[in-house]
Design a protein around this ligand. Structure first.
Ligand code: CMC
Length: 429
């Protein structure tokens, strides 16, 4: 008997099964042969929230949550944050290898030349209410792109996909910038193709009457690093949404709109906005113990703390914490930083958080930086979405190329009524 198998004995029948093990994993469908009788559907595994179910094989991103390791295509996040750029990382995620000089120049050129939006998209953004949340605007506008590029649904044409991928990465900052200007009641600023990806984003956010916007170098660099840190995170909620919707084979804009929706939630990308709200509510260091106690009682969650995969310090949070100091030298210290540092110190000494291995995650410090750059809290998750776009697209591309891909369609354990007869209205209680 091969050692790479799992022996399962079904005590209901006394039958034993040999299930092959590959990559420390068994195929859930191999369990289906386990039956009590011929009519039996066969055994399933129950895994709400996919806590222990691999939904795909992937070569894009590696995480070791126990050791706090994150690598894109094998490269440690620390090295990429220090030495690379967001567009280089995007190319790496999408194509599997670091681009050479010519490839990077061509990729950057293509991204830069797809930044403009169709003029009608301005009208879509105009039609949102003055107080619309920019994540809602982003989600709606990304979905609308599907109607502007109908050829995008030809997803088995690789060249066509490459064009749509570049379009989406290029246009995300423009949609974000226009959405921000809309809620601020400011005129839209068109992309400046001479600026870097991060610099152009700042231009579309903050340019006023000056003829040429010149981004602050420290802030531009910090945005680029933050984008690198957020660029991918394997099968997170929004990447799974992208893959799940993508598996029914719509165009990538429709699938990415689902990714934006998933990211919006406060348990995922929306946490960066929620952290700032929480820190503002705490208000002063002496109120921290009270909030910690409330979190321990389950009254609310300490936002920016905990992670499904990381059971050690999130490596991205470490890099962001260091980057924050450089930004604060430029912008002045965010007054909420002291509360955040003290909250982290107390939580990391507290038994409740220690036992559950709850550490600050990527969202704990990022909002403090964004706020000190002058971004309103509602824009924080939008920045996350811009940064996560190449990751979503790399996951989507990998899914399309995987011969094992089928439409995502989970099973359920039905716990409802057995068959029963329709009750006429006159006989209902
Ligand atoms: N504050 C207080 N208690 C917490 C927290 C928290 N932030 N996170 C988890 N716990 C407790 C939870 O109550 C549970 O305790 P018990 O075992 O006594 O019931 C235990 O820790 C395990 O939690 P879980 O809900 O089973 O963990 P999960 O893997 O389902 O959830 C999480 C992961 C990130 C959704 C969760 O930690 C959380 O809600 N954190 C706050 C929101 C947040 O910061 N999200 C950003 C995540 S990182 C960036 C991203 O993904 O976008």
């Amino acid at each position: 008997m091969s050692n790479d198998t799992l022996s399962i004995t079904d005590n209901r029948t006394g039958s034993t099964y040999e299930i092959p093990i590959e990559n420390d994993t068994i195929k859930a469908t191999d369990l289906r042969q386990i039956k009590v009788n011929d009519e039996d559907f066969g055994m399933m595994s129950y895994d709400p929230a996919f806590g222990n179910t691999a939904s795909c094989k992937s070569k894009v991103t590696f995480i070791d949550g126990e050791k706090g390791i994150l690598r894109y295509r094998g490269y440690p996040i620390e090295q990429l944050a220090e030495k690379s750029t967001f567009l280089e990382v995007s190319s790496l995620l999408l194509n599997g290898e670091l681009p050479n000089k010519k490839e990077l120049e061509a990729f950057s050129h293509d991204i830069t030349h797809h930044t403009y939006l169709h003029e009608n998209i301005k009208k879509i953004i105009d039609s949102f209410r003055y107080d619309a949340h920019p994540m809602g605007m982003l989600m709606g506008t990304v979905a609308a792109l599907s109607t502007f590029y109908p050829e995008a649904k030809d997803i088995f044409d690789t060249e066509n996909n490459e064009l749509q991928i570049k379009r989406l990465i290029a246009k995300m900052p423009t949609i974000a910038g226009f959405s921000y200007r809309h809620i601020m009641g400011l005129p839209y600023i068109y992309p400046d193709n001479e600026l870097s990806y991060a610099g152009n984003f700042l231009n579309m956010m903050f340019k006023m009457a000056e003829a040429k916007y010149v981004p602050n170098k420290v802030i531009e660099k910090a945005i680029d690093v933050l984008f690198i840190l957020h660029a991918d995170h394997e099968q997170n909620c929004s990447a799974s949404a992208m893959r799940s919707v993508g598996s029914s084979q719509p165009d990538p804009y429709s699938a990415a709109a689902a990714g934006v929706g998933a990211l919006y939630g406060p348990l995922h990308g929306g946490a960066n906005e929620a952290v700032l709200e929480m820190l503002a509510e705490i208000g002063s260091k002496d109120r921290i113990p009270e909030f910690i106690e409330r979190a321990k009682k389950g009254e609310f969650r300490l936002m920016g703390f905990g992670h499904r995969v990381y059971k050690a310090y999130d490596p991205r949070a470490k890099i962001i914490k260091d980057a924050a100091h450089e930004v604060f030298e430029e912008t002045g210290k965010n007054p909420l930083l002291d509360i955040a540092l003290e909250l982290e110190r107390i939580a990391l000494e507290d038994d409740y958080f220690v036992k559950r291995k709850l550490y600050p995650n990527v969202d704990f410090y990022s909002g403090l930086i964004y706020q000190s750059m002058g971004l309103p809290t509602s824009m924080f998750t939008v920045l996350f979405a811009i940064a996560r776009t190449p990751g979503w697209l790399a996951q989507w591309k990998e899914m399309l190329e995987d011969p094992e891909t089928r439409i995502a369609r989970p099973r359920q354990v039905y716990t409802g009524y057995d068959e029963r007869d329709y009750v006429p209205m006159s006989k209902r209680k």
